[in-house]
Design a protein around this ligand. Sequence first.
Ligand code: LLP
Length: 418
Amino acid sequence: MNQNPIQRNTDGQLNIENLSIEHIAKEVGTPCYVYSRNGIRSRWQAFDIAFGQQPHLVCYAVKTNSNLAVLQTLAQAGAGFDIVSGGELARVLRAGGDAQKVVFSGVGKTVSEMRFALQMGIKCFNIESEAELYRLEHVAQEQAIPAVVSIRVNPDVDPKTHAYISTGLKENKFGVSFDKAFELYRYAFASEHLVVQGIDCHIGSQLLDLAPLQEAAKRVVAFQQKLASEGIYLHHIDMGGGLGINYQDEDQAPSPAHYVNAIIKAIGQTDIEILVEPGRAIVGNNGVLITKVEYLKENEGKHFAIVDAAMNDLIRPSLYGAWQEICEVTTSNSTKQLIDIVGPVCETGDFLGKQRQLAIQEGDYLAVLSAGAYGFVMSSNYNSRPRAAEVMVDDDCYHIVRKRETLDDIMCGETLID
Ligand code: LLP
């Protein structure tokens, strides 16, 4: 499936794969996230195929969308996984993923997460600091399991994206400088409990320009060659994730093939395995959030649609000022008007979109597009709102892959005091 799985048919109905979104909304209720299984699989494959004969592993960034059915779809395609917690590792294993294809990123790994990952035999720990390296060495000694490591370097390039999702600048909390990394590699190389395996970096997310990524790759390769001249040979280079997607209909984002080719070109001819950790570019455009219009309201000439999804369901617009396309699930002949799409949460910042041209009536369904990435995973129970259902579409069938939460679910674990 190379085309966008979300298309409008000639009757004005929005479809995902071969199912009408309205049909799903009516049966499952709203708010509800709906994903395309074939779309997700084919985007992962687009990265994988682009590497050709180059040794490589495409590790899906689990944080982006960690629903078990998403992970299962990717595990069955042969994906590796980039995790940032013990919880994500448990999900990958439950979904049938292979621990030997898992890399563990993140600045705050706890001792128990390290033990779990060591016991499961993951491919590599992406080390973010000196203190973490010493802690891991200790845990590896205690467990009598050597820990395979990569050091995350901070290449200090500007990824030209949103400040909250830039990670490769020296003022960010991620990774270590090349100088520090050199010291850490020497230390790890000499340790009997650590196995030096690779090097990694991740400069930021929603990258639309590949030049900063190529610059980072060149700096990483130069450093890898310096290590080799000291007798420290690496077996992989992990360039992280970050490929952006089109949130507006403007075709700005490079394709997975462009992204992979840019990395290969910057790294140059090598037998070293290349890893990437894409998340958003695999699931982002393969998911929508469906919501229903509860009320229409006018205040001093300003129009609002109050819908049943809110910032607790999709926080990106409120948190980053992110723009995501919102469209009618079924188009009508009514006149369009400029309208703010807001949720029921008691915060002015609770909006999904502002000043959109839409023709809507009470009871209509709306689709928030490009919601497959950093959507459900960032949702919460704020205002005691049960989290949305998640649905996976496969051609003309759908599966509820996460039930809508109930009020009992959200109070479970809380107790009254006698
Ligand atoms: N690898 C590492 C080490 C990361 O930190 C991230 C994302 C990825 C891979 C995947 O990046 P992607 O391919 O998805 O760009 N919540 C924000 C995005 C946060 C990204 C955090 N790190 C958003 O909604 O835009």
